[in-house]
Design a protein around this ligand. Sequence first.
Ligand code: CP
Length: 292
Amino acid sequence: MTLRHFLTGTELSCDELGALLHHAAELKAAPLSSRALEGRSVALIFERPSTRTRLSFEAGVFELGGHPLVLRQGEMQLSRGESAGDTARVLSRHVAAIGMRTGPDAVLEELALASEVPVFNMLTAGHHPCQALADLMTLREAFGRLEGLKLAYVGDGNNVARSLALLGALAGVEVAVASPDGYTLTGAPDAQLTTDPGEAVRGAHAVYADVWVSMGDEGTADARRAALAPYRLDDTLLDRAGPGAIALHCLPAHPGEEISAEVLYGPRQRIWDQAENRRHAQKALLALLVSG
Ligand code: CP
């Protein structure tokens, strides 16, 4: 079998994505039912801060019987100029899979090209496919299906929006993205794009928000907050979505900015389930990646 990576999420077929989400639900019901990583280690390279991704992968690898090796920026020779390719060549001799959170997608691609074990994306500037797996799992839990659902994303057309649109299309979820001019999503041909949040949420089963100032965007924070202010996910916007619509957010959240505190902590959110589902969905991903 060819070496399998998970860089954008579109490496999966529709059927594989469906099976992965089904397995994730089984693992949620029985967290210790798979020993897919028994006696094996997984490298988790973090060149950017993380709470959820680090916790969910570290705990998830352990639950699969494996050993997580968390490698932070500054602790590796990567920080002193060793290439991503040479790093992958060495790590491949020790671990069953390599995850990386970094900035440029090209760094992750260089790592994957040289790796002899599966490489997975723990967030790059372009993509956050592990987040999208948990998002789809949460939608499936809430509605019992994915095919035919509509998800509206309001805000910056960033890596989270792109991965939702790409994996949503694979799962049969209609994804509408509302962003102001200058923040429009690119690279997701199936997404419905608009500048009008009301139009995006019409008939939606879920409304999704993300931070207005992502990692690396701090230099333009004031301009972003001004442009994105009309895209806040609050009860008024959620009321304009379909009946029974839920609120999603990948976290960390800034209550009062991109989401109101009433929605973030209110009865219509599935945000904290979504954060938990990172672990279950990623365990199913790891089991798939190391099975080849
Ligand atoms: N949603 C997410 O990726 O969270 P962290 O940045 O805390 O990992």
